[in-house]
Design a protein around this ligand. Structure first.
Ligand code: CS2
Length: 451
């Protein structure tokens, strides 16, 4: 059937106004970027074209290039679906295969922002991303020397400060890194941001829907919920699109917004992902439709998370919590529990362990947060749901986690084995007696349910 349907291109759809000039280089032009920053940037107008740089797989290039980088954003509420073609991406390249083109963009003074959606693991010091930024900044310093902004759009606490320190650490390992580091300090800004929109991986059914709605084949279509939010630290070295005119919140302190989002939304997402996957639910919406899990999620936020938050004045936390649970319950999204369960070793410290540390420091034992961590432990150790269907362990530390679990069939060995992974639990948590007891109790119960 696809043979008879034309590919999405400027010739087959009404094209939105398109910027002429690439001014934003974006590392990681996956589904989230396309449904979030690309949409805000298009709405903001102006001549801010994006070039997407894919790190790991050339698939994104194959999806976008034949379509002149156009793609559809399918927006799904519970009751309505709408499609919109977005035109802000003007170029795309595969870093490994096209290093010269990548370098040319980094050195081009017209490029003012390098933004990133590379997921939590993309910030590991050994990731290609940090090396790519350092090489790009070095090339810029050697040529135009024009100031530039590095804009992290991943779910990390203090994402701007994190990427800055990783970049400067990498400079320190270079032979003449001092000079580069001091140039970076003077010419490069690293604002923090909080990004939010639920964007599940696109499926064949989604592409088929676009085909019947628009009459074209779109290999780069993405699907998102109606909600989107962007809080940005207003600290740019060389200008930015007028994002504040189209709903982004520009501020001088992102931290409290980021904490609310990570500890309420992302943490609850992870809780539902592990608990839901073990219970045999395919999607987050199915998981939260289970009254037991819905109650666990609500109580976790109420008792463990809220006492740790400093809520910004303009956030109504009661409405926010309710809205997060409603967003999760949107059955039209089909966000898979196993997708959210990915990379737990990287996500848990940011989403759950900060809450746990804060509560322990206040003298309380956060049993509900511990139960969420226990669900991750059982997910890692058992690798199947209660109906025996396999659950993938997709994690950069997968081998280490499997080794830590070993043959452990007993809750004690399992909890001790995983707690000993210092990269996840640090030096402090493994020795905490009350936390360990809470984990033991929850793991014991969850293991019984799944075996
Ligand atoms: C999710 C996030 O996959 C995950 O871990 O929790 O991608 C979540 O959907 C977004 O942060 C929502 O903004």
């Amino acid at each position: 059937m696809s043979g008879t349907v034309p590919r999405l291109s400027p010739a087959t759809v009404d094209v939105p106004h398109r910027p002429d000039t690439v001014r934003i280089l974006h590392l990681g032009p996956g589904a989230f970027h396309r449904a979030h920053q690309a949409v805000f940037t298009e709405d903001a107008g102006g001549d801010w074209g994006i070039c997407g740089v894919t790190q790991r797989s050339p698939a994104v290039v194959d999806q976008l290039r034949p379509q002149d980088c156009l793609f559809t954003v399918v927006e799904r509420s519970r009751t309505t679906t709408s499609c919109r073609v977005v035109g802000t991406i003007r170029d795309v390249l595969f870093a490994r295969a096209e290093p010269e083109r990548l370098r040319a963009y980094f050195t081009d003074p017209k490029v003012r922002i390098v933004s990133l959606t590379v997921t939590e693991k993309g910030y590991r010091p050994d990731s290609g991303v940090i090396g790519q930024l350092v090489a790009g900044l070095e090339a810029r310093r050697a040529t135009s020397e024009a100031p530039i902004t590095i804009l992290s759009c991943d779910n990390l606490t203090g994402n701007g400060a994190v990427v800055r320190s990783r970049v400067l650490d990498a400079c320190a390992r270079l032979p003449h890194g001092d000079a580069l580091a001091s140039w970076i300090t003077d010419h490069v800004r690293f604002p923090s941001t909080m990004v939010d929109r639920i964007v599940p991986a696109t499926t064949d059914a989604d592409r088929a829907e676009v085909r019947s709605a628009l009459g074209v084949l779109d290999e780069a279509a993405v699907v998102g919920e109606p909600f989107r939010q962007w809080v940005i630290e207003d600290d740019f070295a060389a200008g930015r699109p007028a994002w504040e005119a189209v709903g982004a919140h520009l501020t001088d302190d992102v931290a409290p917004y980021e904490a609310v989002k990570l500890r309420v939304l992302n943490a609850t997402h992870s809780l539902l992902a592990y608990r839901g996957a073990l219970a045999g639910y395919d999607t987050i919406a199915e998981a939260i439709a289970d009254p037991v899990l819905a109650e666990e999620a609500a109580e976790f936020v109420e008792h463990d998370v809220l006492p740790t938050l400093t809520v910004p004045d303009d956030v109504d936390i009661t409405a926010y919590r309710r809205q997060v649970l409603e967003r999760f319950a949107n059955p039209a999204l089909r966000h898979r529990t196993t997708q959210v369960a990915m990379d737990g070793s990287q996500k848990l410290p940011l989403r759950l362990l900060g809450t746990i540390r804060d509560r322990l420091a206040a003298g309380a034992v956060p049993v509900r947060a511990a139960r969420a961590v226990a669900a991750w432990m059982v997910y890692v150790a058992v690798g199947k749901d209660r109906d025996g269907r396999p659950l993938p362990l997709d994690d950069p530390l997968a081998d280490r986690l499997r080794a830590a679990v070993g043959e452990a069939g007993e809750p004690r060995a399992l909890v001790d084995g995983l707690l000993s992974v210092r990269e996840v639990f640090g030096e402090d948590l493994p020795d905490h007696v009350a936390l360990r007891a809470a984990l033991m109790e929850a793991v014991t119960e969850l293991l019984t349910a799944v075996r």
